[in-house]
Design a protein around this ligand. Structure first.
Ligand SMILES: Cc1cc2nc3c(=O)[nH]c(=O)nc-3n(C[C@H](O)[C@H](O)[C@H](O)COP(=O)(O)OP(=O)(O)OC[C@H]3O[C@@H](n4cnc5c(N)ncnc54)[C@H](O)[C@@H]3O)c2cc1C
Length: 393
């Protein structure tokens, strides 16, 4: 069904580019419209878990991706004061093609953009699409250079999607009472290939190495009453970040000392969109289901969406049937992940020292006595394989 179909993808982020490549590989004529002047990403890291890696493998990018990333060996949960390890989740036993990876977003975007272009996807920059109307999509077709209507327009324009309200009406996101700083610093602390979660009262800090271990990505979340606007354009004074995490020990002071201009983000809750598709249009990634970063799954879900959208359209007799199957195959899983991310932050932020001490002792005991149980609780996320034959059949 996809052969020769004209598809316009609005948004050249991780989800949009992965969808463009997945559809192009199945024979569609694909054009990506990106508002920025270049396909690039803000400087920050993301964790790609085995479920996301499986999609990159299926797109034929596995080896190149693995070469550009750090393989995560463990997730180490730490007490904030001296950085003492409470428990470690061992990830080292995962097979290479289903491993846990740390990547600079720019490296993943570059890989997807190069593969898309090579496969014949047209990418048009400086194209800010102001409206996508179901049944009357924007007049853009890239194949011939002539203007015309695409058969399908995919809204992969992220958090501030223009298609989402056209399908669902306006939503009122609310501030969660948390902000997050993000920064990438040189790895002067010899950070090993693991994600470290430093848990403190009302705040936590995650660090992991990037780019062959040369740099370290920092995500630092703090509970707050007052909020900043949503988006990544806010650059904060690094002194504010250092002040917020002043009581943290271990490697944290040395890492924060090097931060120059951290991004600061107010964390907002958005409901998962009820309607993901209309006549000739579909939502994908953050545009459909923005999630809090506490399960590190937003980009992984966008990758899964991209694969399933291509697969569902290929199997369907017509576009609308394919789009309905796409939402049906994705929605329950995405809702569960979004809920899990919402429920995670408070576990890291226990304020009462007694409660925190008991919780950390309990975690440590489970880690010693039944280590498999700790990693196993995430099997439903990491072991899921949207690319497996028979999925959605
Ligand atoms: C602190 C933090 C840490 C995170 N860590 C992780 C992690 O470890 N692992 C993980 O999986 N996820 C993580 N995420 C989430 C992840 O970054 C997002 O879920 C993911 O990038 C969503 O991809 P997307 O393609 O849907 O949207 P985006 O990445 O937002 O891409 C949207 C693209 O569309 C373009 N665009 C927007 N509007 C228009 C328009 N009108 N016209 C044309 N183009 C437009 C934008 O310029 C952009 O290029 C994290 C997020 C945060 C905030």
């Amino acid at each position: 069904m996809l052969k020769g179909m004209e598809v316009t993808v609005v948004g050249g982020g991780i989800g949009g580019l992965a969808a463009a490549l997945a559809l192009r590989q199945r024979g569609a004529e694909v054009c990506v419209l990106e508002q920025a002047e270049a396909i690039r990403e803000v400087g920050a890291g993301i964790q790609v878990s085995p479920n996301g890696l499986r999609v990159l493998e299926a797109l034929g990018l596995g080896a190149a991706f693995r070469a550009a990333t750090v393989r995560g060996q463990a997730v180490s949960m730490r007490d904030f004061r001296r950085g003492r390890e409470v428990v470690s989740l061992d990830l080292s036993g995962l097979p290479e093609a289903q491993s846990y990876r740390f990547v600079h977003r720019a490296d993943l975007i570059d890989l997807l953009a190069a593969a898309s272009r090579e496969a014949g996807v047209r990418v048009r920059l400086l194209q800010a699409v102001r409206a996508i109307v179901p049944g009357d999509p924007p007049r853009v077709v890239c194949r011939t250079g002539d203007e015309g209507r695409a058969d399908l327009v995919i809204g992969a324009e992220g958090l501030h999607s223009v298609l989402r309200p056209a399908l669902n009406g306006a939503a009122a996101p609310f501030f969660t009472g948390q902000v997050a700083w993000r920064a990438v610093v040189p790895n002067t602390v010899g950070h090993p290939a693991e994600a470290r979660v430093h848990m403190g009262p009302g705040r936590h800090l995650v660090s992991y190495p990037l780019q062959g271990g040369r740099s370290v990505n920092i995500v630092a979340a703090e509970e707050r009453r007052d909020w900043v606007a949503e988006g990544w354009s806010h650059s904060d004074d690094p002194a504010n970040l250092r002040r917020a995490f002043a009581g943290f020990g271990g490697d944290v002071p040395a890492l924060l000392e090097q931060v120059e201009a951290p991004g600061l983000w107010g964390l907002f809750r958005h409901p998962v969109a009820r309607v993901w598709h209309g006549a000739g249009v579909a939502l994908l990634g953050d545009a459909a289901h923005p999630t809090l970063p506490f399960m590190a799954q937003g980009a992984n879900m966008a990758l899964e969406d991209a694969w399933v959208l291509g697969d569902a359209l290929e199997r369907a007799p017509d576009i609308q049937t394919g789009l309905a199957a796409y939402q049906q195959r994705r929605e329950a899983r995405v809702r569960r992940v979004v809920q899990a991310a919402e429920g995670n932050a408070w576990k890291y932020h226990l304020r009462n020292p007694l409660v925190r001490g008991v919780a950390h002792l309990g975690l440590g005991a489970v880690g010693r006595l039944a280590p498999g149980r700790l990693v196993g609780q995430f099997d439903w996320i990491y072991r899921h394989d949207v690319t497996a034959p028979g999925q959605g059949a």
